[in-house]
Write a protein that binds this ligand. Structure first.
Ligand code: AOF
Ligand code: ZN
Length: 327
């Protein structure tokens, strides 16, 4: 399953609105003989890719897959049939498919005499590669991660507005790798005016990574002439997070990164549309300067948006905190 998760990570960002699933086929002796990840929309599912590589070695073997194999004729035929035809005897999956159209694969396989085991590394998969898609399948809305970099005293720029670079090179590189695995990045018009971001995912040499997220700008005002995003971004003239998310869902966007600024972050927080907070906290103090979020709808301490910390790691000299709102 660890190998299947790696396969799903490899295709993350390229499969939406389908889930990035990973699959490893083991031969009858338990040796891995086929690896696969979901192909872009309309293409084969992970199981079909892994079975293709395994060929006849799949006979009598096991398929390990991050999501319950589908049992439906969608854009592609059911994976349950492909597994049966290949002579697979055991299926192990992490997460059950919540999509009513595709679900029921486990039952179908058992009826065909294949043993099925579910729940292996379920939590790792459900909070990792399939997190955004599971949220989207449940709510119909894209999953939103709000990412920001701030000083230890919670400021995203100095008093004079200078902000490059609060966080370390290690953290900035991590953000580029994250961007390359997402469907869309949202910023507000203010951020475009102040920072003129390109919102591309680039490697260490500044070269664009193969997969680029859709850049999205929200806000009423026009983008400045000559802004890097002027001709590349989808500009949504609204302040309503739900309008933004509905439009993006209609374009097949499942996994979104909200990168600022403080006003847009506040609007999404007030609307309860931030599903995860990813904070890079640099060990620096600024004393003055703007905060990461403005007007989150909190006026008294009992209104605080309380989060549960999922993970804390060091990113170079910075702290990287991943937290989810308490429900
Ligand atoms: C799998 N393996 O790799 C994926 C699955 O329209 P289709 O035919 O592409 O089917 C999409 C649905 O199939 C999707 O909503 C989800 O329930 C499941 N995705 N299933 O067995 C895969 N990506
Ligand atoms: Zn399938």
């Amino acid at each position: 399953m660890v190998l299947a998760i790696a396969e799903s990570e490899r295709v993350r960002g390229t499969t939406s609105p389908n889930p990035p699933v990973g699959c490893v086929v083991l031969d009858e002796h338990g040796h891995p003989v086929g690896f696969g990840g979901t192909q872009p929309i309309g293409g084969p599912h992970a199981e079909v890719m892994a079975l293709k590589e395994a060929g006849t070695r799949a006979r009598g073997g096991t398929a390990v897959v991050t999501l319950e194999p589908c049992s439906h004729y969608g854009r592609t035929p059911p994976c349950t049939e492909a597994l049966q035809e290949a002579g697979i005897k055991h299926v192990i999956h992490a997460v059950s498919d919540p999509n009513p159209r595709a679900a029921g694969g486990a039952k179908r396989l058992e009826e065909a005499g294949i043993t099925v085991e579910s729940g292996l590394l379920e939590n790792e998969v459900a909070t990792g590669p399939l997190r955004a898609w599971l949220h989207y399948a449940r709510t119909g809305r894209p999953h939103v991660t709000w990412k920001y970099a701030a000083s230890l005293d919670g400021r995203i720029a100095a008093q004079d507005g200078t902000s490059q670079w609060i966080s370390s090179e290690t953290s900035r590189k991590q953000v580029h790798d994250l961007r390359a695995k997402l469907d869309a990045i949202i910023v507000g018009t203010n951020t475009v005016k102040k920072d003129d971001p390109a919102l591309t995912a680039r490697d260490d040499d500044g070269m664009p990574l193969p997969h680029q997220p859709l850049p999205v700008v929200v806000g009423m005002s026009d983008l400045p002439d000559g802004a890097k995003l002027q001709h590349t971004a989808l500009h949504l003239r609204t302040h309503d997070p739900d309008e933004v998310l509905t439009t993006l869902a209609g374009r097949g966007v499942v996994d979104v990164l909200l990168e600022g600024g403080a006003t847009v972050a506040g609007a999404f927080l007030r609307a309860g549309r931030i599903d995860r907070v990813l904070a890079y906290i640099a060990p620096a103090l600024l004393g003055n300067g703007p905060a990461a979020v403005l007007d989150a709808g909190v006026s008294t301490i009992t209104d605080a948006v309380r989060l549960t910390v999922e993970d804390v790691t060091m990113s170079g000299p910075d702290l990287r905190i991943s937290a989810v709102p308490q429900t």
